[in-house]
Design a protein around this ligand. Sequence first.
Ligand code: HT7
Ligand code: ZN
Length: 850
Amino acid sequence: KQRQYLKDYRPSDWQIPHIQMHFDVQDAHVLVHTRMELVAVGDGTQTLELDGRQMALVEIRIDGEALSPEAYQCDDASLTIKAPGARFVLESTVKLDPFNNTSLEGLYAAGGILCTQCESHGFSRITYALDRPDVMSVFNVTIEADKGRYPILLANGERNAQQELPDGRHRVSWSDPHPKPCYLFAVVAGDMACKTRPYITSEGREVDIAFYCDHGIEERMDHAIDSLVRSMQWDEQRYGLAYDLNTYSVVVAGAFNMGAMENKGLNIFNPKYVLASPETATDADFAAVEAVIGHEYFHNWTGNRVTCRDWFQLSLKEGLTVFRDQQFSADCGAGPAQRIEQVKFLRARQFAEDAGPLAHPVRPESYVEMNNFYTVTVYEKGAELVRLLHALEGESGFRRGMDLYFERHDGQAVTIEDFLAAHGDANQLDISGLQRWYGQAGTPQVKITESWDNGHYTLDCEQSIPSNPSADAVLIPIRVSLLDSRGQAMIDGQVLRFDQPQQGFSFDLPERPVPVLFEALSAPVTWDYAYSQDQLKHIVRHAQDPFSRWEAAQRLYLIMIDAAYAGTTLEDQHLDVFCEVMVGEGDGAVIAALLSPPSADELTTRYTELDPLRLSQAVDQTEAALARVLGDALATQTQNLMEHVATYAFEPAAAARRSLRARLLRLWCLRGDQQAWQQAEQLYDNSDNLTDRLAALQALNQTDAAQRDILLERFYQTYKNDKLVLDRWFALQAARAGQAGLDSVRTLLAHADFDQGNPNRVRALIGTFGMLNLSALHAQGGQGVALLAEQILVYDKLNPQLAARLITPFAGLNGLAEERAAAVRKALQEIVAQASSPDVLEQAQRILGH
Ligand code: HT7
Ligand code: ZN
């Protein structure tokens, strides 16, 4: 497969104003008839090269005339027609085999339904086409199938007509009036239950919301439907954006590679992000459903109405839409712990990506397989850059920028520069320091020193990107508060615009302050300031910003983890401030976060010559020290929270209480106290919801308690027929530390319920083991690593997109101690020698530096 370069972008030589498609669904195959109007942008003497893969061409015609074999050329990726004319109608018929398509791209069968996934290049597995986002067409679609097996037939846009046919078949036609790129195309056929809800937009449009899933679990879609209604209202109120069709359908796919897909008017979802009931979903799952439902809905404007010129611009829609879904969740009451979670994820995953061999700019410069660039950098770092823009412009300035963006570009396929230019022009803002962020890889590091001279306080800042020394200085907003000795803010949340390699910021103050830096992580950077332990405790006690309290707590834990990693131990008293934190007032979810040391997977880039087992031990020792220092109050506090357990409701205060209870119970159980283990069992037995049951299991998971195995078995018996919940059972066992975790993974790979065709199950077992369990992955010399490599090669054949994501844990290669690195290198070389998909090959070669 050829490498694509951003610098080589050229507008298409052809446009396709209109596409008509007919799907004839048979028992063992599907015939797709496509009629496209093609218009040459030049004089029509150019060759037409259509994309098309994995299908059999049955017939091809131009203006009704069958093409002779000499008039076109067909290989395994394209169909070429020499000088076909300036304007003509191209008709093709192709035969597809969705029933054996395990890649989950193009048209595929999953759990008895047929559905499509076209982003990024799946449309060219359905028909011959110009599979690029800057070619936008109006689509009309008909689907014809057996009515018993496929009573529901869906496509984008509005339904026009339904017709009964002989032999128990039927046909339904759909049309979408909005020109769209083909990556937003979708069809679905199957036998599904449906739940509907009417909605009237702020413009008075009557919308039929329809959600589809397996029969018998319809009520599990209620939370998702409510979330969609809230998303629609939110986008109207916050951005003035209303929905633009009369139908909005959401279909749950049995197997799905990512979270969901924003196809115009016909979203297709991973069940994990639609189905939620108290017994089958945790608080975090309820929140994730709300966020992903919102995310896909918000794409209707940021992605669909204004789309990407090319795939290098992916963050134009994804970074912006992640930022919008984060705003939405915050407005729905997610609370400050949400920002803490976002930053933990950013640091564990995106900072690690940006520091390793898979690093790339938010706007990449080249790719072989586009699917490998749906990354935490494009999504999460991209969202942080939009957050940064929002912080610079303020709420009303950001809205002005968005309004101008839609005014200029509605209906167009545009670039990140177009987005920034609209914001810059709407606010008379110089966006050059922001623009540089998009073009260079690596996490900027900010070093801050201070001086105090008789009432004159200066913060001296220096920026660089250690992994990219030639990088230019970027615009880094630093939100600071300066605390006095009583903990009062002398400066409160002031934003410093730091855009030079070195820059000083001065303040006149009555006393020397304790600086609270990068509040709410005001820019996606790492930063150093030589805090004393007392200063950190001062911030934990007094800072207004919950995020900064958590940040200071993390730094306190890090002092202890660093010491343990180096082989020395600090007194438990180092952590004594957490005794006050535990019994303090405030949001339980924030207290739970304050009582959580960073996990090993957040720290893999912290040490050179990393020994993963020593790191895991150092983190465990720190957690054990915390459990000890909390003393008897830990048991009392946990028991207090066990009382008055109300009926489950997904509601912020109740969820916060559950999260604190879970955290304290886990710490208590780590102390090896039988009473704690019994409490966990009681919580499991008395709870009416999955959140508490999993909390109990998680509290016991790293202990030797007999209750652990008993409850795991009980859990299996209760949930063995519930796919999403059973995923948790697999994940729990894959998360067992060290050798025990590795042994569990080996055993579970052979379990009757392990299903290679279900990506959620694969991620639960192999993904948890690879991504979140450093001590199991590196257990037994290189055997954990070899097991992961073996599994990657299994999915390389079945589902390359999934396989290419499982490889991520190997990207930490450069920081690993030599013996470990050698095992990973050997595994990667094996993968390169045996892999057949471009997805896996590209990733393995990038990691090896080829
Ligand atoms: N825009 C969607 C991306 C997506 C995707 C990409 C590649 C392969 C399969 C995929 N499924 C969905 C999801 C989103 O970010 O909204
Ligand atoms: Zn998205």
